[in-house]
Design a protein around this ligand. Structure first.
Ligand code: SAH
Length: 351
């Protein structure tokens, strides 16, 4: 199989499982010449329609800490960045953010942060159970990086429903180019399987246009995603941060990010797919374009306005100045402009 239109139709029919990584890599090469993105996006919307309709789910993102023991080469809050003003939110502040989010119609809260040793299980579990007991109709999603199986189990027992842990790249050599030697591809992937086994809804994902990425390597990501079939999949452009070793690499593009969102929607029709803040950062209508390409989730910021600028994974991050309510209203209008409807709903995966 190698004709581009033939592959698009195979994906649309649900026959993406038959494609090899080589097929996908050459398909991605051919797509670069342009002209296929509109049909890919239309197919992706057609596949999304019977499952989710025009409903777009919102997740309230609470950035609990920018303190991190890791040194990922792409990330602005990496340990080696001495020019980052560090913060962490305490239990009561996190609870207040969630309470405010609840009033605004959020039914999922994502607690995301660097790998900050302060947040032991003894600290996290009461936070999770307090949110779940005050808002039993809400889902709690964690995005706190790699932890032990026992830790994942305890937080699950405390009530956490979902976990986001982007695999970052499904190619071990590429993984080693993006991360310090202290981190391993094997452990990252093992964490994803552990989380699934513990009953979490699990999200993986990767950056588009990260340094040293090739279409062959993206083909590995797509095969991994197809075979793992995550409940959620976070895919946004790489955006450089000036205080990292990757400061002078270019951002990923809107076109390629949207193309990959469409392909992922076709490979995994039920997946919850965010139009990311990073996509909104590289283009003023990036998130709208993501929704048109097949995404069905947005993650507005619920962090206290005072710390938003400090949770700077990449340069020029948007939405760091507005109040949570403004963020939500602004997104509502944006999503409506492309035919989507933001709903007050946990937005669980439909399987
Ligand atoms: N510590 C958590 C959360 C990481 S931040 C964890 O390890 O999962 C969430 C995601 O932001 C990362 O998984 C990464 O894919 C993305 N990210 C980090 N730096 C970025 C950059 N410079 N550009 C775009 N996305 C970035």
């Amino acid at each position: 199989m190698n004709d581009v239109s033939e592959i698009i139709e195979a994906l649309y029919r649900g026959d993406g499982g038959a494609l090899s990584a080589d097929d996908i890599a050459s398909f991605l090469d051919e797509c670069e010449s342009g002209g296929y993105d509109e049909v890919l996006a239309e197919r992706a919307r057609n596949v999304r329609e019977p499952i989710y309709g025009n409903r777009v789910f919102v997740r309230g993102l609470i950035e609990i800490s920018n303190i991190c023991k890791n040194d990922c080469l792409y990330c602005g809050i990496r340990r080696s960045n001495r020019n980052c003003i560090r913060y962490r939110l305490d239990e009561d502040t996190i609870i207040l953010c969630a309470d405010e989010g609840y009033e605004l119609g959020f039914r999922t809260f994502v607690l995301q942060g660097g790998e900050d040793a302060y947040y032991t299980d003894d600290v996290m579990c009461p936070i999770i159970s307090r949110i779940k007991s005050s808002h039993p109709d809400c889902a709690v999603t964690l995005s706190l990086g790699e932890r032990s199986r026992d830790s994942y189990r305890r937080m699950r027992e405390a009530g956490a429903d979902r976990y986001l842990l982007r695999h970052e790249t499904a190619n071990p050599d590429h993984y080693a180019q993006l991360h310090p030697a202290s981190m391993s591809y094997e452990n990252r992937i093992q964490c994803l399987y552990t989380l699934r086994e513990l009953g979490y809804q699990v999200g993986c994902g990767f950056m588009v246009g990260s340094p040293y990425q090739t279409n062959r390597r993206i083909a590995n990501d797509l095969c991994f995603i197809r075979d793992f079939y995550p409940d959620m999949c976070g895919v946004g452009p790489f955006v450089p941060h000036h205080e990292t070793p990757f400061a002078s690499f270019p951002s990923g593009t809107v076109e390629k990010t949207c193309r990959l969102l469409s392909i992922i929607r076709l490979l995994c029709p039920h997946v919850l797919l965010p139009a990311t803040t990073a996509l909104g950062t590289i283009h003023p209508r990036g998130r709208e374009m993501g929704i048109l390409a097949g995404a069905n989730v947005v993650m507005p910021n619920l962090s206290p306005v005072g710390v938003r600028k400090q949770y700077e994974l990449y340069d020029n991050k948007i939405c760091t100045g507005e109040e949570s309510a403004q963020c939500r209203d602004c997104l509502e209008l944006r999503i409506r402009s492309v035919g989507g409807e933001i709903v007050t709903d946990r937005g669980d995966v439909k399987k």
